[in-house]
Design a protein around this ligand. Sequence first.
Ligand code: HPA
Ligand code: ZN
Length: 338
Amino acid sequence: MTPDEFLRGLPKAELHVHIEGTLEPELLFEIAARNNVTTSYSSVDELRAAYEFKNLQEFLDIYYEGAGTLQTEQDFYDMTLAYLQRAAADGVRRAEIFFDPQTHTDRGIPFDVFLTGIHAATVTAERDLGVSAAPIMCFLRHLPAEAAMATLEASLAHRDKFIGVGLDSSEVGFPPEIFTDVFAKAQAEGLHLVAHAGEEGPPEYVWGALDVLDVERIDHGVRALEDATLIQRLVDEAVPLTICPLSNIRLGGFARMEEHTLPKMLGLGLKVTINSDDPAYFGGYVSENYIQTFEALNLSLDQMVTVARNSLESTFLPETEKRKLIGELHTYVTENRP
Ligand code: HPA
Ligand code: ZN
């Protein structure tokens, strides 16, 4: 088995993927056609050619336009199942999947439509693909806290179909503290808490996510390296960081994969995981992120196994299920390590 094959089959969890960011141009155009909606792009090739981003905002503008083609429960089901099929082929045993409700409710598409479609695909995947999957609802931080609170309240009728809440969209200028009350209410409802922080925003936003929102994982967190006290805190509390290497390159966080600070993070003892973020836009699913990171940064296979183990340990699964998956990882490594 080659190292690439070994990395692809490595039992892993994906903890940072936006379902709307898995919508491949081919499916996007198919869905747009059946819904009789148009986009600013006339073909799959023209759309793909537009995937050149200087920063997060340039990406978000095109990502929200793509998500605007989704209308029916079937659309959300098809998109989610397509992602889960790719995830299964990438060794993913557990996927905790972000969705952006406000991108849909603000277009008049109710929770009943998108969450039912997404959830139904997770049920199919669990039954047919051997992938356990659970949605996490993200609030758009560029919209007011009142809108996030209204979204949380509307979501509670579907409390059984998602496991937690997160915070995404444009980071700089929208610190976590804005959403203090929303996260407190979500916590009181027994939901898990995560937040994007330190992707483009400063280390202070990571502190805010931890101290004020009380999140259990930090999404991205690459800029935490600028603050030694913060690093110590993240290490001491073993706070998982959901790193998305290809996303960081595509959005300008690092010029080249060779410059990514992931090896430094591992060396510091941070609980690093590797994820795809928006794979349809950033050039690769989770295994591609493992492979490109491994090759460009001269990581060892032991380090990659540590990353996979970190991902399984950082899921919101019950302890017994985590142990089972970690056992599966050990068996896989023993039998297949090149
Ligand atoms: N950052 C913030 N918001 C997002 C992202 C991201 O990487 N992907 C989709 N929404
Ligand atoms: Zn993200």
